[in-house]
Design a protein around this ligand. Structure first.
Ligand SMILES: [Zn+2]
Length: 306
């Protein structure tokens, strides 16, 4: 049973895991779940780390899609090194590659500070977004920036009638989105892709508490750094969502290079829990893996009863 609670600002501070930021977490490892995940083809092959395949992490699973074409369509494998700190850190992403210019120049970047109270004052719209997840085989990948779990047949979220297939999920520490400026120990992202290649991401905030049973399967089968491995059993993505699925929707971007925009973001207003041991297991490998919040600019936040 996963507990959840509303993200009222008072909690947290104490639970914040302030990880040491000494290690050079993100290096040139690549091996993202791109292919397996985005294609949803069902083959859960381990990825070859170090091959420099894709830009990597995360939502860049389909990075080429929203931007209308991968910067590496020629198959070149010289993706610049990026990191969460230092000379290749977030402040520099936009200048590391011309293909990553949006990281600096974009007006609809993610993550943002979710103004919970302001958003809650808006109209709540129901029935716009429906989750149709199912248990799926999985593959766990350490892509050099995060732990990513690729799913082969996990179902979809239907947004205004359009299905977006759930292709992978991955985590960030501490949280990327903040709630009324409060940051949390972790956040994980469920990345979905529709038939046209457009992305929709669901963000779930994590607080310290009980062990999360689905993530426990991931931690029990962690591959070596920079490697990937098929997991045994299945992951039920329904259990990756809080029971109360009220969320805030806004238009944003990938939170890693190339920072492509037109990503449909949905941040859950209720959190789930990981145990202290699970938080420590993630931050031991990736002490610091969050992009700082970006200007909201003129974007609206919309509350949906998921
Ligand atoms: Zn992410």
């Amino acid at each position: 049973m996963q507990h959840h609670r509303a993200l009222t600002g008072s909690l947290i501070a104490a639970a914040l895991l302030l990880a040491a930021c000494g290690s050079g977490a993100g290096d040139t490892l690549s091996a993202s779940g791109d292919a397996a995940g985005a294609a949803g083809a069902g083959s859960l092959t381990a990825h070859d780390a170090g091959e420099g395949a894709a830009a990597s992490d995360d939502h860049s699973a389909a990075a080429g899609a929203p931007a209308g074409g991968s910067a590496h369509a020629d198959g070149a494998t010289h993706t610049p090194h990026w990191a969460y700190e230092g000379e290749a850190g977030p402040e520099a992403w936009g200048s590391l590659s011309e293909d990553w210019a949006l990281c600096a120049a974009g007006a609809e970047q993610s993550p943002i500070d979710v103004r919970n109270t302001a958003a809650a004052a808006g109209a709540t719209v129901g029935g716009v977004l429906t989750f149709a997840y199912q248990p799926s085989a999985f593959e766990v990948v350490d892509n050099g920036h995060t732990i990513q779990v690729n799913l082969s047949a996990a179902g979809s979220v239907v947004i205004e009638g359009t299905p977006y297939q759930l292709v992978q999920f991955h985590a960030h520490a501490p949280s990327e989105h903040t709630m009324d400026s409060v940051q949390f120990p972790m956040e994980y992202h469920l990345v979905h892709k529709n038939a046209a290649g457009n992305l929709a991401v669901v963000g779930v905030i994590v607080q310290q508490g009980s062990a999360h049973q689905e993530w426990a399967k991931v931690f029990a089968q962690l591959p070596d750094e920079g490697a990937g491995a098929a997991g045994s059993g299945t992951i039920d993505p329904n259990l990756l969502l809080p029971t109360d699925r009220t969320l805030v929707r806004y238009s944003g971007s990938l939170t890693t290079p190339p920072c492509s925009e037109s990503v449909r973001w949905h941040v859950m207003l209720n959190s789930l829990e990981w145990s202290h041991e699970q938080l420590a297991a993630f931050t031991a490998r990736f002490p610091h893996s969050n992009r700082p919040v970006q200007p909201r600019n003129v974007r609206d936040l919309e509350v949906l009863a998921g």
